[in-house]
Design a protein around this ligand. Structure first.
Ligand SMILES: [Zn+2]
Length: 349
């Protein structure tokens, strides 16, 4: 029954129109092959691909190492403020088509600084893109500075030094990259300092790692949201703690599928977590690489049997889980209510 509903064009349009927030998006992961080649030409950078078709074939990577190899290689085409602006605008155009009203966006300064970009070049470009996107698409966006957990803590601390003078241009701090073997606890001091700078705190945890990584992120980093967090479902005590604390998870179904965290979207425990009272949100992670932007992730869940009321509730939770002002959250919720009235019949299934 739900497969029929999911393939229905009205349902798909409703899921695209549904007002939502994107809370788990790496801006570098929105670099489409066409833009990568354009920026490479602009910056006179040689990439080891014959043409667009050859590059597109590389996006059919087979595992995490081959994904990361392509990901970091393509990041070398980002050099100037204009490059970062254009990357942001290309993402916001897609997000707008997918009903995003609010986006809290990760970026990885350590990699850009390795590539010779100053932090101000990176941030000025991304912020310029956000400002233009707000005018053009009405999307309110903010930046979350992400630290690579598979690098030494000293590198994260040095990155925090580098962004400190721009703390007012950031909304939060995050922790990303390869999880297993890199627990959150060593980053406690980095997060304490970021909190003192007025930043909100999130971290990837419980994606490939166990529920213990989620506990570590809560205890040591005092995170307000958990990115991925799906392995919380393996431990009833962690599930209960998230539910009782109102901590939202930023889940990314197509990413989990593409990186073989699960073999099938049906195997994700989002329904079980939601029924246990955990706040679930749906996001796209690295959409250029994982087969779809945010609405495609909702559609994948619909195809896996999630009902419209369930998906609508995930979107409502995303609007409530932002770090935005109460006034903006109220406006987003009003838009969501208006959407619900417009598609009322679909929500009765
Ligand atoms: Zn991520």
């Amino acid at each position: 029954m739900m497969n029929a509903a999911a393939s229905d064009s009205t349902t798909i349009q409703a899921l695209r129109d549904m007002p939502k927030a994107e809370l788990h998006l790496h801006i570098e992961g929105s670099l489409e092959p066409e833009l990568a080649l354009r920026l490479a030409a602009r910056n006179h950078i040689e990439l080891p691909y014959r043409d667009l078709d050859d590059l597109k074939r590389q996006y059919a990577f087979e595992n995490l190492p081959s994904f990361l190899d392509l990901y970091y290689r393509l990041m070398t085409v980002l050099r100037s403020r204009e490059d970062f602006r254009d990357l942001m605008l290309a993402y916001l155009e897609r997000a707008h088509a997918d009903g995003v009203r609010r986006a809290e966006i990760f970026f990885d300064p350590q990699v850009h600084m390795d590539n010779g970009c100053g932090i101000d070049t990176v941030m000025d470009g991304l912020l310029e893109g956000l400002a233009i996107g707000r005018e053009r698409y009405g999307i309110r966006g903010d930046l979350i500075v992400c630290m690579l957990r598979d690098r030494p803590v000293e590198s994260a601390m040095a990155t925090l030094d580098a962004v400190e003078h721009r703390a007012g241009d950031l909304i939060g701090i995050g922790l990303d990259s390869a999880e297993v073997g890199y627990p959150p606890e060593p980053f406690a001091e980095v997060y304490a300092r970021a909190a003192a700078m007025g930043l909100h705190r999130v971290a990837h945890a419980g994606e490939e790692g166990s529920a213990a990584y989620v506990t570590g992120a809560l205890d040591a980093l005092h995170v307000e949201r958990v990115d991925h967090g799906i392995h919380s479902a393996d431990d009833p005590a962690v599930t209960r703690r998230l539910a009782d604390g109102g901590v939202a998870l930023t889940c990314c179904p197509l990413s989990n599928l593409r990186l073989n965290v699960v073999g099938d979207v049906r195997d994700l425990p989002l329904r079980e977590l939601a029924r246990a009272g955990v706040r679930i949100t749906v996001n796209s992670d690295d959409p250029a690489y994982f087969g779809g932007y945010i609405a495609d992730n909702y559609i994948a869940l619909a195809e896996a049997g999630y009902t419209m009321p369930e998906l609508a509730e995930f979107a409502r939770q995303s609007l409530l889980a932002t770090f935005d002002t109460p006034e903006n959250q109220s406006a987003d919720l009003a838009a969501w209510e208006a959407w619900r009235r417009r598609y009322g019949s679909l929500l009765l299934q």
